[in-house]
Design a protein around this ligand. Structure first.
Ligand code: GUN
Ligand code: ZN
Length: 433
């Protein structure tokens, strides 16, 4: 069979490691770069001058002057059924769930509704340059069937799961220990190995699962070592008090999850805003990831996550939009929001660290970094074409940029889906503005 090749000449930017740990040597930047894609995988990524002479015969090079190619963004925490609760005014977490979120999630019992919502959601991810995500469904098994079917059709590398919750929620949104187990196992059986999909056992949070259900979730995770664990933790002070009341004698919020076998190197805990130093240490020792969701934390008034504290402890951190509590699908916007949260604590985020969080760190959290997350040769060619001149203000500001950091920072503060000129999945165009 003949090889299918495409080549793109533009600026190239990606991370080989966490620049906060490995230094600027982890940053790969080619002002005049070339990305060669063969059969959907990265065949070469480097400077145009170095690579052009060795290009295979007959490969047409598409020149994208002024544009920047980066790996596709990886959203480490998002809820697809919450697209319609974006921009809800006023409430904090527990009231927001009751007043806004639970009513909207009930509609996902209907497959046609779920199909339409999944299609909109995935197209919105692609419009924003997000090529992989760790996604909450609803309690309904069909919600995940709809999501996976739509992601498979688009060939997205996506991980999702059916929500487990058997208490403290409307009856229409509650499963049981046994139905939650049966539905989760059926979904794993149905979707394992299909396309680029993965499964995450998804207990919503400790407030909405009984001891027995959390124990069941831990058993499922242990029985299927290829799947992730995805939940929320220590987002809001009222939530933390509720967990203390529901699980007396567990010592801490993380202690609840630990007791049920849910703290592993395959666990992603959304938020961790108020995580104690002791819990942060345990989470780090387990190799679990905290998904930092700055837009959500600001919108729900949850508090300020300290990246410095987490990184000082060696904790794995990735970036999530947490739509619908988060107000934007854009991980560029999330980098900007993470910067603002940092500023309020006198720890401004380096924009290159922000790009790491939005790409390779997310891939690491989702255990897909051997496939995506940067432009290492052999990885799947999921990438975006950033347009630093997407708006008149961006054009003016980035033309005057003093450095790569400055240009990227302007993109994170002023940019959103408008700055994503194209999104590619395995070398195939999946979105163009
Ligand atoms: N904690 C439990 N459920 C949710 C949710 O849907 N969104 C957020 N932000 N936090 C949660
Ligand atoms: Zn969430």
């Amino acid at each position: 069979m003949s090889t299918n090749r495409q080549a793109y000449r533009a600026s190239l930017l990606h991370l080989l490691d966490d620049p906060a740990v490995a230094g600027d040597g982890a940053v790969v930047w080619h002002e005049d770069g070339l990305l060669l894609v063969e059969d959907g995988h990265v065949a070469a990524a480097g400077s145009f001058e170095d690579l052009a002479p060795a290009l295979p015969d007959g490969v047409a090079v598409e020149h994208l002057p002024g544009k920047i190619l980066t790996p596709g963004f990886v959203d480490a925490h998002i809820h697809y059924p919450q697209t319609d609760v974006v921009a809800a005014w006023g409430a904090q977490l527990l009231d927001w769930l009751t007043e806004h979120t639970f009513p909207v999630e009930q509609a996902f019992e209907d497959r046609a509704h779920a199909d339409a919502a999944a299609a909109f959601f995935l197209d919105e991810l692609l419009r924003n340059g997000t090529t992989s995500a760790l996604v909450f469904g609803t309690v309904h098994r069909t919600s995940v069937d709809a999501l996976f079917e739509a992601a498979l059709a688009r060939n997205m590398r996506l991980i999702g799961g059916k929500v487990l919750m058997d208490r403290n929620a409307p009856a229409a949104l509650c499963d049981t220990v046994e139905s939650g187990r049966a539905d989760t196992e059926a979904l794993i059986r149905a979707w394992r190995g299909q396309g680029r999909l993965g499964y995450a056992v998804t207990p919503r949070f400790a407030v909405t699962s009984s001891d027995a259900q959390l124990a069941m979730a831990g058993e499922l995770a242990a029985a299927h070592p290829d799947i992730l664990i995805h939940t929320h933790m220590s987002e809001n002070l009222e939530e933390i008090r509720a967990v203390e009341g529901l699980f007396p004698g567990h010592g801490s919020y993380l202690g609840v999850y630990e007791r049920f076998g849910l703290v592993t190197d395959r666990s992603v805990f959304a938020h961790c805003v108020h995580t104690t130093a002791d819990d942060l240490r345990k989470l780090t020792e387990a190799g679990a990831t905290a998904a930092f969701c700055p837009s959500s934390n600001l919108m729900l008034g949850s508090g300020l996550f300290s990246l410095r504290k987490a990184c000082g402890c060696g904790t794995r951190v990735a970036l999530g939009t947490d739509v619908g509590a988060g107000a934007s699908f854009s991980l560029l916007h999330a980098i900007g929001e993470a910067y603002r949260v940092g500023q309020l604590q006198h720890e401004p985020l380096d924009p290159l660290e922000g790009l790491y969080l939005a790409t390779l760190a997310g891939a690491r959290a989702l255990k897909i970094d051997h496939r995506v997350g940067n432009f290492e040769v052999g990885k799947e060619a999921d990438f975006v074409v950033l347009d630093p001149a997407a708006t008149p203000l961006l054009a003016r500001r980035t033309a005057a940029a003093q450095s790569l950091r400055d240009r990227l920072f302007a993109l994170s503060i002023l940019g959103d889906d408008r700055a994503i000129q194209r999104t590619y999945l395995m070398g195939r165009l999946a979105h163009a503005r």
